[in-house]
Design a protein around this ligand. Structure first.
Ligand code: ATP
Ligand code: MG
Length: 254
């Protein structure tokens, strides 16, 4: 049986900052409509790798990318690709929730359009639909015009996910989205991710092995900028193939 085409695939991806290599020769395939978790110790290149998938890495001074990243088979570093259009298809959510400070809850959902100088079609419907997708609608429907900064951290993070979703991304990159959240707020984000997988391909960097085990279809282990292992999550945790993965999972380093 042949494997289905992956949604995102990298080949020999290498990324550096002013000559210092942070990601080394990573070849990995992310199947469509699945959640892939990336785990690994600090400075193992997880965030840098993620930022190569939507061409954010290259914006840094002295940043260089080599190798290939394909989205539906098309090289995203090819000459015909517009990075801004690509970043709408491949959205990103960061560790600290970053609602735009001067804006209301509903304007935050629409912020992606405003930044692109566009108007959303039927904005009120879009705001409601996106807030429902992140399970925030019932909490905020009576205060849509109030500043987003009044929300709790977990609510802010779900709002940031809604802002990303408003642009209809095909891939969602999340860099430790729950690192500042308590277990209950974390569980709500995880529930949202679980629902989203039916329409979006998700790559989730997390420091929490438990989170990877709970939500991810596949899990990858990075060490020193290299991909050590990527497998179905249950295989990854129960039967890791590489001794370095096993050492990490059993807390021997990292
Ligand atoms: N802007 C930068 N300029 C120079 N070097 C950087 C920059 N950002 C990251 N690095 C280096 O690249 C390497 C990989 O960093 P990266 O942030 O990708 O790791 P990470 O796995 O996400 O770590 P963490 O778990 O701490 O978030 C590190 O050695 C780091 O010091
Ligand atoms: Mg990081």
């Amino acid at each position: 049986m042949t494997e289905p085409e992956p949604k995102v695939a990298t080949r020999d991806l290498t990324a550096s900052f002013r000559g210092v290599t942070a990601v080394r020769g990573v070849s990995i395939r992310f199947p469509k409509h699945q959640i892939a978790a990336i785990v690994g110790p600090a400075s193992s290149g997880k965030s840098t790798f993620l930022r190569c998938l939507n061409r954010l890495h290259e914006l840094g001074e002295g940043a260089v990318v080599a190798g290939e990243v394909r989205l539906d088979g098309v090289d995203i570093y090819g000459p015909a690709v517009d990075p801004l259009a690509l970043r709408r298809k491949v959205g990103m959510v960061f560790d600290r929730p970053t609602p735009l400070p001067g804006l209301s809850i509903s304007d935050n959902v629409l912020a992606g359009f405003r930044l692109a100088g566009e108007e959303a079609d039927r904005p009120e419907h879009l705001v409601e639909a996106m807030l429902r997708r992140v399970d925030l609608w019932d909490d905020v429907k009576d205060r849509l015009g109030q500043p987003a900064l009044g929300l709790s951290s977990g609510e802010k993070q779900r709002l940031c996910i809604a802002r990303c979703l408003a642009l209809k991304p095909e891939v969602l990159l999340l860099d430790e989205p729950c690192s500042g959240l308590d277990p209950i707020a974390t569980a709500r984000v995880e529930e949202v991710l679980n629902e989203l997988r039916f329409g979006v391909t998700i790559v989730l960097v997390t420091h929490s092995l438990q989170q990877a085990a709970r939500v991810a279809d596949t899990t990858a282990f990075f060490l020193g900028g290299e991909l050590i292992e990527h497998d179905r999550t249950e295989v990854f945790f129960r039967n890791p193939q590489d001794p370095r993965t096993e050492n990490y999972l059993t807390g021997r380093f990292g």
